[in-house]
Design a protein. Structure first.
Length: 265
């Protein structure tokens, strides 16, 4: 009986399913990798979108919008500093605002542990722009929701000399704040601000004196008069008063409780 030889092409038929299976496995592995990559990318997009939405709220809380004609100078180097850190429950921000006519404002702001504004210090070096009334500007910064009239609240002594104190003529609510103003002629410089720290007027006066005594100059910007002003002020600097009222003028007329000094400015 004659035997027929096996067909040599038969092994090829057994290898075809194996090759097809390998190809399908590679396709599945590629699709799985693409799906994992797309899921990771989508996660980053969602996370980035959430953080971007949170950013405007944080910026608005730290620094209010600059007045018309003024713009924030993000690349300007700080010219002033506060010599000692604030307590841990206070957050400090520093902002430089410039005017096209050459004016510059260096602004310190503090918030308390709850994020509410607690104090502000502004050093204004005017240029060619028109300067608004100092008292009106302080009132607007103290109460952005609506300008209230301010009345004199006495004078305190700091390393820059006498400083005029101001307070709202009509306090709203239980939150009492105290403003201050110091104008220098050489150089043309205005230091102003406010504080809501302290439970009574003597404590707020002490906080203002301490704030001003801690203010130091980092860069005079080729202005020898500014450097001389701070150099002379350092000779008058005293330590911050931790308890009791700050030093007032010996003349009773300068006292903060003098009714003749009260009245809208």
């Amino acid at each position: 009986m004659r035997l027929f030889p096996a067909d040599p092409a038969a092994p090829h038929h057994t290898r075809i399913p194996s090759a097809l299976t390998s190809f399908v496995d590679e396709v599945y592995a590629t699709l799985s990798g693409l799906f994992a990559y797309a899921a990771t990318l989508a996660l980053f997009v969602v996370l980035g979108t959430y953080l971007w939405k949170q950013l405007p709220d944080t910026t608005a809380m730290a620094a209010p919008a600059a007045p018309a004609g003024w713009s924030t100078a993000a690349r300007s180097a700080p010219a002033f500093a506060i010599s000692k850190p604030e307590p841990r429950d206070k957050t400090e921000t520093y902002e430089v605002i410039r005017h096209p006519e050459g004016g510059r404002k260096d602004v310190f702001r503090w918030t308390d542990a709850s994020g509410a504004p607690a104090a502000e210090l502004e050093i204004y070096r005017p240029g060619g722009e028109a300067m608004g009334p100092a008292v009106t500007e302080i009132a607007g910064r103290l109460d952005p929701s609506g300008i209230r009239e301010l009345e004199a609240a006495g004078i305190v002594d700091s390393k820059f000399g006498s400083v005029t104190l101001l307070r709202p003529a009509r306090q709203q609510g239980s939150r009492a704040c105290l403003g201050f103003l110091k104008q220098a002629d050489a150089p043309d410089l205005r230091i102003s601000g406010w504080t809501c720290q302290g439970t009574n007027l003597p404590a707020q006066r002490a906080a203002i004196v301490c704030m001003l005594n801690r203010l130091t100059l980092l860069a005079a910007g080729n202005d020898p008069r500014l450097a001389a002003l701070f150099a002379h002020a350092e000779l008058r600097r005293t330590d911050c008063v931790t308890s009791g009222p700050p030093a007032l003028s010996a003349d009773w007329v300068m006292g903060s409780e003098n009714p003749l000094l009260r009245g809208a400015l």
